[in-house]
Design a protein around this ligand. Sequence first.
Ligand code: PTT
Length: 608
Amino acid sequence: MAGWTGRILRVDLTRKKAVAQELDAAVAKSFIGGRGLAIKILWDELPPGVDPLSPHNKLVFATGPLTGLPGPNFGKLVVAAKSPLTRGYGDGNIGTWAAVNLRKAGYDALVVEGKAEKPSYIYIENDKVEVLDATEYWGLNAWAVEEKLQKIYGRDAAVITIGPAGENLVRFATVISQKGRSGGRPGMGAVMGSKNLKAIVVKGRGEIPLADKAAYQKLAVEAVREGSSSPSYSFWMRQGTTSTVEWAQEASVLPTYNFSEGQFDEFSKVGGAMVEKFETDLKSCPLCFMACGHWVPAESGTVEVDYENLAMLGPNLGIGDLSKVGELNRIADTMGMDTISLGNVLGYVMEASERGYGAKLGFEVEWGDYEAAKQLALDIAYRRGVGDLLAEGVKHISERIGGQDFAIHVKGLEVSAYDCHAAPAMALAYATSPIGAHHKDAWVISWEVKTDRFGYTREKAAKVIELQRIRGGWFETFVGCRFPWVEVSMSLEWYPKLFKAATGVDASPEYFNEVGDRIYALIRAFWIREHGWWDREMDMPPAKWFKNPLTRGPLKGAHLDYQGYNQLLDYYYELRGWDKNGVPTRETLSKLGLGYVAKELEKYVEVH
Ligand code: PTT
């Protein structure tokens, strides 16, 4: 089985036992790797309805057949589990040397099971796998732990860790690597914490088996050459994702005051031009020619800022100061929690104060109050005082104190940094994303604002699906960064060719698309099984975008329309082969080789 290493490493923390298991060739062909492998494992192995923070949940770190190879940015892996934030499928895609080293150590995936008796870390060096005592690291921030472990094991040891937020089971805690990388927005860090697992250290020295090494190397060089000679490459290298602030302001989609507006007066103070001016360093994931990690000074040191971080911790809170936004970002990174959810929670709290919910919260905080935001961020990480409630995420907080109409989430995952008052297709993308409201599966908004922006057409639903197939299917299964294609227009055509040279499998775009559809249907089934019911309300965007029009800017008065959105959702379901409630039909499941799933689904919903 070239391309794949053919082995999955399972570590049972309860019994301190590790075993390498063979990867079934049929599973590899049908699900490829990454997210595909993760959902297959979670569907097959989790007891239905399992508590995500119990030892019975499993934490999967899954690579794909291209991971770890030189070429257009294959230094990433998918981290997945049942989410403690949404109680559905959760994953993230993190750039880390652990992805490369895991493959070189001879594994396509690591599955962590059970719960360690005391704080522990996993050490992997090829076939040597140990569960070791991490008591002395418990309580330390994510960056400090990585430094300490690298002092012991050397700079070539890759480290994935959690911070205090993961230990304290903050429901949007992430896993952290290489300081600037954070992965697993829907609480993958909390799942790691619930297992008493502080860190994973990976060394690997083997060679990744390739079907045609010479052909692969030639293609990889050519693909990178195409990407790095793109006209947009030099601007990208100067500002990376941060120039999106200026773009979003221009398009009136910059989340402002808890997604009430699409423009922020002080946007330029936290935009790409400002980042370029103050940048101190540029860092990247392993094997990357695009280096998206722009570092800037913050109050207590430097930090990597990306578009989402700037928008959610700046305009969304009414803060227009790069060093202050950077400091909030730094707290999130060192504590190990997601900036997008943090920005939503803080935005929700500021709006709740403005709307008179202060007494229920026990305090008031005004828009733009940086000192209060900083204090709250730390209180969340340590679950101190009101931080204990805020650590549950906006859905849960709003169910407790009220204000559900301004809790900005879908299925419990807070919305990432694109306001959708005037972007129905992007609202659909959030609403149908397989992990809750995240932009990664279909960043349709850049296309949408250039077309019939306010329309609710079949074409828009089709575009969302097209992007979900590529972004959520291709890139999340062979596992590589999508930026070469999205940001510097490297052709998609390279990927089937690289895949064939690596694996020997003749992979057409249709093959990747079909795998993507299979994964989408299985993830949907997982959500249904874990919730025990389903209806189309689960695929609704936040109420605010319908009920509270924009009050300023060129699109003043814009809002989503319920009838139009429902039409869009119908188109989406029909094109996917799902019924009116968003349940995959029997025919669709069987066409995708998931006939066995229908039987399980019948226990919870009607399957047509
Ligand atoms: C990703 C999400 C994003 S998406 C951003 S900025 W982005 C935020 N970054 C955070 C951060 O930083 N610190 C922190 N404490 N929390 C953060 N939360 C947010 O997390 C990221 C890059 C980016 S930067 C993007 S778009 C692309 N995402 C990819 C993807 O999803 N799949 C894929 N195949 N390729 C991708 N390439 C790009 O990678 P999550 P990362 Mg990421 C400081 O993790 O859970 O997917 O959430 O992991 O290694 O940081 O890569 O404008």
